[in-house]
Design a protein around this ligand. Sequence first.
Ligand SMILES: [Zn+2]
Length: 451
Amino acid sequence: MKCGLEIHVQLETDSKLFCTCHTNYKDAPTNTNICPVCLNQPGAKPYPPNKAALDGAIKIALMLGCEISPEVTYFQRKHYDYPDLSSGYQRTSIPIGDKGELNGVRIYDVHIEEDPGQYKPDLGIVDFNRSGIPLIEIVTEPDMKSPDEARKFLRELIRVLEYSGSARGEGTMRADVNISIEGGKRAEIKNINSIKGAYKALQFEMVRQKNLLKRGIEIKQETRAFLESQMITVPMRLKEQAEDYRYIPDPDLPPMLAEKDRIEAIREKMPEPSHIKTDRFVQEYGINKDNAKVLTSELELADAFEEVVKTIYPEFAALWMRDELKRVIYYNKMNFKESEITPAQIVDLLQLLQNNKITAKAGKRIMEKLPKNHEMPSMIAEKLGLTGVVNEDVVLDAVKKVVNKNPEAVSDYYEGKKNAMNFLIGQVMRITRGKADPGKTHKLLETELKK
Ligand SMILES: [Zn+2]
C-alpha cells in the first residue's frame, strides 16, 4: 500500500486569521465568538492576514526542512458547499514552504487556511465560534507503506508541532488520508481526529480494498468518511478533482511577503526539531536511540536532560530519567513541565545515588515524592530517614544474624531452592531498614553461606 497524509492543526495565535475575534473559544456559548468577518456575511471585508499565523507556519515549515517560497504568498478561495462554510469558499494560501522531509517521508507542501465552523447535524446547528481560526496544513507525499509507518510519522510530526510552540497539539488535529494499493485507485478518508484513528482507518481501508481486488471488483476513486465510534470507513462522495474547487485568488486579501530577514530571524530562534535532537543525543551523549527518543518526547524534558548531564554521567542520567522519572510523571498523569520537577532536583537525587548515600530503592521512593514538590531530594531523604546506605560492617552483622536465626532457609539454600536467597536478603533488609545495598547483601550472604 501507499499512503499520504494531509494534516490540519490549529496554529497558536491570539486572534483569528482575518479578524480580531479570540481563538480561545472553548468555554464560549455557541455562536458568541464571532463577528461579521468570520461569519462571512455579505460585504464584510477580511482584515489583512494575521502575521503571527504566517510566522508560525514559516517556523514549522523550516523545522520540517522545507524551502520557504521566496515569492509572494497569497490566499485563494477554495469553493465547496457545506453548512459549516457560509461563504461557499474557504480561504487557503498557496504553499508557504515545500520539499521538506521528516524521518524519510517527503513533505509536499505546508500552507495555511481558515478553519470552517462546526456543523452539528444531530442538533441542527452550525457553531461558528472556531470559524476563521488559522490552521496549518501539512501535506506529505505518498511515502508511507503501512498503517504503522503512518502512525510513527504522525507521532513524530505532533512532536515537531509541539516543539515549535506555534501549533496546538493532537487535540486539534484533523487528518485526511490518501490510500491506494497496487492495482487499485486512490481513496481519500476524511474525519480522522487522532493518531489512533488514522491507524485504524488505514488498517480498515487496506483490508477493504484488498478484499475488493481479490473478488475482482474495481476500486472507485472516492472520498470516504471514517466513523470513529465503529472504526470503519463509509463512502461520502466520488472524489472531486482540484478543478471542482474552482480556485481563484481572493481579491479582498493583500498578498503576503516573507522577506529574507524575517525568515532568517525565525530560523535563528526556532527550537531544534525533535527528530534532529534525538539523533544528536545519540551522537553527543552516547546514549541509545530508545532512551534518546523518550528523553526528547517533550522539549522541557530534553532541556532538563541536557542540564543534568553537565554534572552527571549521561548513561546514568538517561536510565533514571527514562525509567523512574517518566514512570512517576506518567503515573501522576502529567507531562514533565506540569510536574514542576527541576534539573537541580534531578542532579541532587542522582548524586545521592552515585555517591552511595541512598539505595536505588530509596531513590525510587524519593522520585515519587518529587512532582509539584520543590524540596531537594537530600532533604526528603533525611526527613524519611532514607540517607546512609548502611556501611558494610553493619550489613555483615545483619547477615550473620540472619544466617544464624534462619536454619530452615539456609538448608533450603543448600538444597538449591532459589527463593531462599531472596528470603534471606529480605531479612537483612528488614534489620537494616532497607538501607543495605541489595547487590552487596547478596554477595555477603553468599560468602557467609560458603563458610
Ligand atoms: Zn471574527
